[in-house]
Design a binder for this molecule. Structure first.
Ligand code: SF4
Length: 346
């Protein structure tokens, strides 16, 4: 029988396991510190160590390939137990790293601007495989003695639509947030969705992490060309659900706006965006499109990007331009594809 992964256990679940085996639940904190913080101040008894090893699987994804970009972005091709592979990216930003985690092998959403969408969906990742990506990437930084390793932020922007695998993603977040374990804070975690409505309806069960929507166009007809699920889940329905979320003071929803040459950078786009976002707590993140082999779209010029930002700012919309990292190693937004990585290593 397959053993459950130790990395899919919350502390409450581990406590239950210990109680059922007549072991003090106080030891769960020591176990968590050993696993997630590499702290070995207190030893576990041999019998408990054996019991844990006999009951739980301790394996994590293995690094099959590492590619580093000139700007310091590190892309990992990680092998899973069944032979599938996913990509995980470490993005440096000032004194910190952000770990970009995958939630699925491939993706079912088939967004036309995205390399991952071309893979189709192979399978969902288990929560332990998501937690494992984080641990392996952090371990890599520790092995490089990188000072910026402390408390990396997390974004669910790798392969897959995280809300299409909502239960496992939620579980991974709960495990990563355990105070005795990795202790990642909710505001250090950002989940980005293409607008998968059944998953958005479950967001109220999540801790108060940051939410981002891949908006890309304020017009449903253009948006559904970019994100095909928009034909089932139009913007009206997405905003209806977002408006029900209990945002904390100063909390925003980030709207990612992939800026594509000659497609969505017109004045009417800016005006329509302001109709949707003016009375909402919104932060717009403009991402100049990152081309990939065979993509039908083109990247806008820097002037076009700045001009569009100015149009939004003039409409009093809070707007930023996201610096592209790792594009030359296909590690930037929308460029991940672990099948092509297997066949044509970059
Ligand atoms: S952009 Fe996100 S949701 Fe769309 S195909 Fe790519 S990975 Fe999937």
């Amino acid at each position: 029988m397959l053993k459950p992964s130790i990395f899919s256990q919350t502390q409450a679940e581990l406590n239950l396991f210990l109680r059922l085996n007549d072991v003090s639940t106080q030891l769960s904190s020591i176990i968590f510190q050993q696993i997630y913080k590499n702290k070995f101040n207190q030893e576990l008894s041999n019998s408990l160590s054996l019991l844990l090893k006999k009951t739980f699987d301790y394996s994590v994804p293995v690094i099959n390939k590492i590619t580093t970009s000139e700007d310091g972005t590190i892309k990992f091709l990680m092998g899973l137990e069944d032979g599938n592979q996913v990509e995980t990216v470490l993005i440096p930003f000032f004194k910190k790293y952000t770990v970009c985690l995958s939630s699925q092998v491939g993706c079912a959403m088939n967004c036309s601007f995205c390399y991952t969408g071309k893979m189709g969906l192979k399978r969902n990742l288990k929560s332990s495989e998501i937690v494992g990506q984080f641990l392996v990437a952090r371990q890599y930084l520790q092995s490089q003695s990188d000072e910026r390793v402390k408390n990396p932020n997390i974004v669910f922007m790798g392969q897959g639509e995280p809300l299409h695998n909502s239960d496992e993603v939620l579980k991974s977040i709960q495990v990563l947030m355990e105070p005795m374990g990795a202790a990642v804070g909710p505001r250090q975690i950002t989940l980005s969705t293409a607008g998968y409505l059944p998953g958005i309806k479950k967001l109220s069960h999540y801790p108060q992490i940051n939410i981002a929507l891949s908006l890309h166009s304020p017009f449903n007809d253009i948006r559904k060309r970019l994100i095909p699920i928009n034909q089932h889940f139009p913007l009206e329905d997405i905003f209806f659900e977002f408006d029900k979320l209990d945002l904390k003071k100063k909390q925003f929803i980030t709207y990612e706006y992939l800026l594509i040459k000659d497609l969505n950078n017109r004045s009417e786009d800016a005006l329509e965006l302001s109709k949707w976002l003016t009375n909402r707590r919104a932060l717009i993140n403009i991402i100049p499109f990152n081309p990939f082999p065979g993509s039908e779209f083109q990247r806008p010029t820097e002037e076009d990007t700045l001009e569009f930002k100015e149009k939004l700012v003039a409409l009093k919309l809070r707007t930023m331009i996201r610096t592209t990292k790792g594009s030359e190693i296909l590690a930037a937004c929308g460029q991940l594809n672990s099948l092509i990585e297997q066949e044509f290593p970059v």
